[in-house]
Design a protein around this ligand. Structure first.
Ligand code: MLT
Length: 407
């Protein structure tokens, strides 16, 4: 019989969102007439920007004609998109098109990046955290078993609490790789320039690499909050940045993201040789990936057109106005509310005496609203729940009403 990868057996229960999906499916089967509103997974609800639609239609037409047809594209992404990204998303930050690797989304990128890192690294993650960072490390064998609270042996957990504004303190010990995500999923917190500078300084001093997930940068409202890690001095020496078109351009179903890897980030081989991370990732990409699809990359390029930028700004404004309504409703109810100001997630302390999953069940059964239990993102998320602002205005207004009726 074929041997399986035993590391998978260490994974705790199901991945969070399928687990929520299972509970919701059971509820809807038992209550087929319930008017359920989903504010669980952060999935966009509004239509693709017109500029994107037009670019994708045009690209399909090109593929439909022999003279303009294209087959395999460059594995790292088409030049037109890599250049549009460098010029628009990293203008003035000395990031070139060549530093950008286009993919089919950040979830895959944050998991796949582990391919190029060997065993034996000390890996730090925040708690609570986007579960993909943890589970992919478990799958690849970078951890031991999980304890009762779901914490895996071998990982360094960096608690993010209301006391530290959900930005972790610099650890005493030396780590080799640290995952940071700002604006943060799930807490909706943002990190200041000084906080990120402290992390970059730590990484340089310890020869560590920061895996910086900036999937929610488009939602930053405060002009002082950095949108990219490369705004921080020294970051080009130690950080990779993950970006996505899912949340700003509504690409959760279309699928497109990218990683930025400057030439100046290095790891070390077993023999102690300094190796370029970019070269390894490029090699890995050529072997395992045939590039994101052409129409999708044309659609992503259109996000950077004048029309695309205006349409994305309108989408962001819509979701952030939803976040404000949710914040207001929870605050009026006397709940402790975080996030939702520079991110599309509102992070709320559960009412006295309720655990995260109690609150999930109460919201589902009594208000017919799906939220995400904080403990699903890690032990330090216990006692909180996350409400996603990705929804129609009418649904968000209805959620606010139901919350008020419930609590
Ligand atoms: C979330 O709800 O945390 C996100 O939608 C997950 C993701 O982007 O993969």
């Amino acid at each position: 019989m074929a041997r399986i990868n035993d590391n998978f057996l260490k994974l705790k229960a199901g991945y969070l969102f399928p687990e929520i999906g299972r509970r919701v499916a059971a509820f809807t089967e038992a209550n087929p007439d319930a008017a359920l509103i989903r504010c669980g997974i952060g999935d966009v609800t509004e239509a693709l920007p017109k500029a994107v639609q037009e670019a994708m239609h045009k690209a399909v037409d090109e593929l439909g004609c022999r003279d303009t047809f294209r087959g395999y594209g460059p594995e790292q992404g088409y030049g037109f998109l890599r250049e549009a990204i460098a010029d628009n998303a990293f203008s003035g930050l000395d990031i070139s098109a060549d530093d950008i690797f286009v993919s089919d989304g950040s979830k895959c990128d944050t998991g796949n990046i582990l391919d190029i890192f060997g065993p034996g690294n000390t890996i730090a993650i925040t708690d609570p955290v986007y579960p993909v960072y943890v589970d992919t490390n478990v799958m690849i064998g970078n951890t031991g078993e999980a304890d009762e609270a779901g914490r895996y042996d071998g990982l360094v957990y960096l608690p993010c609490t209301a006391e530290n504004n959900f930005v972790p303190a610099i650890p005493e010990e030396k780590v080799d790789i640290v995952y940071l995500c700002y604006p943060n999923n799930p807490t909706g917190a943002s990190a200041t320039r000084e906080q990120l500078q402290a992390w970059v300084d730590y990484a340089i001093k310890n020869d560590a690499i920061i895996l910086y997930d900036a999937a929610y940068e488009a939602f930053i409202q405060d002009a002082d909050v950095p949108k990219s890690i490369y705004e921080i001095e020294g970051a080009k020496q130690c950080a990779l940045e993950f970006r996505s078109f899912s949340k700003n351009g509504g690409f959760t179903g279309v699928r497109c993201g990218y990683i930025v890897i400057p030439d100046t980030v290095f790891g070390t081989s077993e023999s102690g040789e300094k190796i370029s991370i970019k070269q390894l990732w490029s090699r890995r990409t050529s072997t395992k990936f045939n590039g994101a699809s052409y129409p999708v990359q044309r659609g992503a390029e259109a996000i950077f057109s004048e029309q695309g930028k205006a349409e994305v700004a309108a989408l962001v404004e819509h979701y952030m106005a939803n976040a404000s309504l949710l914040r207001e409703a929870c605050t009026e109810l006397g709940l402790k509310v975080f996030g939702g100001e520079n991110a599309p997630y509102v992070w709320v302390a559960c009412p006295e005496g309720l655990t995260s999953w109690d609150m999930f069940d109460k919201m589902l059964q009594e208000a017919n609203v799906v939220i995400t239990p904080g403990s699903g993102f890690g032990a330090a998320g216990e006692g909180y729940f996350r409400i996603s602002a990705f929804n129609s205005r009418a649904n968000v207004e209805e959620v606010c009403k139901r919350l008020k009726a419930l609590l």
